[in-house]
Design a protein around this ligand. Structure first.
Ligand code: SF4
Length: 229
């Protein structure tokens, strides 16, 4: 995300009087952003508008450059460091890349409902490609080439978010039943394999936020086609 993009997000939020409870900077690895401290200056404008908002930066804490940046993070931002601890070799992952649409039990589900992540983990995700219901949604959109980011905060409605989820959640492993399965090695289902193959041939291009209104590709989500169907 650029400094200009964050300035637009902050201005929209202030204009619309959005009093968010928390803003979380996540990645990738946010400490490696070359303009992180300029971004924090922009966020300070939102903090001044909404002093009750909590700010958090998520990091893996790995490497000299990250460690150097972490020492300079201002104290109004809480640092959540997932740095791997000694003896913690049993770290296992949920099967995010096993798509519910590839599983007979979940194939016909109502994907517009989303999953527990919306209420228990993260909320609205502001990205360089617009707004998405959550960060896993954004990851699906990038790999599958779904150019459906919402390009204005004022257009973030329940209907619009459910339209995104209807398309994206069918590929997100967090949606499916049996989520308790944990894996140490990568597990990838048919749809993701195909998407990765296509990604390898040609990386999808998504519209950058904020897109010019009425430009090609900015039609209503409900009329856009799922690229994999
Ligand atoms: S994209 Fe994944 S994490 Fe986000 S709401 Fe859908 S199923 Fe849940």
């Amino acid at each position: 995300m650029t400094v200009g993009q964050l300035e637009t997000i902050v201005s929209e939020a202030i204009d619309l009087k959005y009093y968010w409870n928390a803003i979380i900077l996540t990645g990738g690895e946010p400490t490696l952003h070359p303009q992180l401290f300029e971004l924090l200056e922009v966020l300070k404008k939102y903090k001044n508008f909404n002093p009750g908002c909590q700010f958090r930066l998520e990091t893996n804490g790995a490497g000299g450059p990250t460690q150097a940046v972490l020492k300079k993070i201002p104290d109004w931002i809480a640092v959540c460091n997932s740095e791997k601890k000694e003896g913690k070799d049993d770290y296992a992952f949920l099967t995010y890349q096993v798509a519910p649409v590839d599983m007979p039990a979940d194939r016909s589900a109502d994907f517009s409902k989303g999953c527990f992540v919306l209420s228990e983990c993260y909320g609205l995700c502001a990205t360089m490609f617009g707004y998405y219901p959550c960060s896993p949604c954004m990851n699906v959109a990038r790999v599958f080439g779904s150019d459906i980011g919402i390009q204005k905060l004022s257009k973030v409605t329940e209907k619009a978010l459910r339209g995104q989820m209807k398309i994206l959640c069918q590929y997100c492993g967090f949606f499916k039943r049996g989520l308790e399965e944990r894996v140490l090695a990568e597990k990838v289902s048919r749809s993701w394999k195909k998407a990765f193959e296509e990604y390898g041939k040609q990386k999808p291009v998504l519209s950058l936020y904020p897109a010019i209104e009425n430009s090609p590709g900015r039609a209503e989500i409900s009329s856009r086609e799922d690229p994999r169907r």
